[in-house]
Design a binder for this molecule. Sequence first.
Ligand SMILES: NC(=O)c1ccc[n+]([C@@H]2O[C@H](COP(=O)([O-])OP(=O)(O)OC[C@H]3O[C@@H](n4cnc5c(N)ncnc54)[C@H](OP(=O)(O)O)[C@@H]3O)[C@@H](O)[C@H]2O)c1
Length: 191
Amino acid sequence: MKAYTINRYSKEDKLQLVEVPEPIVKENDVLIEVHSASINQLDAKLKSGEFKLILPYKFPLILGHDVAGTVMKVGSKVSRFQVGDEVFARPADFRIGTFAEYIAVNENNVALKPKNISMEEAASFPLVALTVWQAFVEKANLKKGQKVFIQAGSGGVGTIAIQLAKHLGATVATTTSANNFALVKVLVLML
Ligand SMILES: NC(=O)c1ccc[n+]([C@@H]2O[C@H](COP(=O)([O-])OP(=O)(O)OC[C@H]3O[C@@H](n4cnc5c(N)ncnc54)[C@H](OP(=O)(O)O)[C@@H]3O)[C@@H](O)[C@H]2O)c1
C-alpha cells in the first residue's frame, strides 16, 4: 500500500510517499481503508521531534492520529464491527499511521461514523474530541450551570470544547483573534 512516511525528525522535510507492506490485522483489530485523515498538532510535533522523549517512535514512521474510512477486514475476536462499516477512529499511541491507504486499529479505539456527518468531518474529530472529553468529563466533571473559560476557542481543541461545554449545560467564556471572531461567535451564541 502507499503511505506518507518520515525518516528523521525535521520541521522542514516533506512527507515521502512510498510503498509499504499492508498492516497486520491482529485478532482484536479492524483493517480500515482510509477515506479521510486529519492533521493534528501532535503530528507536527512528532515530525519536528518535539515529542521524542514522550513518544519515542522508530523510523520510517507513518504519522496520523485521526481517520475515517471503511472496514475492509475484521480480526477473529472482533465483535462490534463488520466488513463494510463506515467508522472513525483515534488509533492508540505506537499504532498511529492514518496517512496511508490502510490502517489496522484495535476495535476499542474505533466507533461507527454517524450517518449525518461526512468522512472528512468525521476524520477531523477523534483526537481533539477525546482530548476535550478527557478534560471536561473525566477530569473536571463539568456540570450543568457551571462556568468554563476556554482559552483559544477558535482552534481544533477550542471549537470542540465550546460545543461540548454547552452540550453539558455550562456557560462558556472564551478568547479568539479578530480573524476568527465570526466562527467563535456562532459556536458560543448560536449553536
Ligand atoms: N489538538 C489536539 O488534539 C490536542 C491534544 C492535547 C493537547 N493539545 C494542546 O492544546 C492546545 C491547542 O491545540 P489545537 O490543536 O487546538 O491548536 P490550533 O488548532 O492550532 O489552535 C490554537 C489556537 O490558539 C490561538 N492562539 C494562537 N496563538 C495564541 C496566543 N499567543 N494567545 C492566545 N491564543 C493564541 C489561535 O486562535 P486565534 O488566532 O483565534 O487566537 C489558534 O486557533 C495546544 O497547546 C496543543 O498542544 C491539543
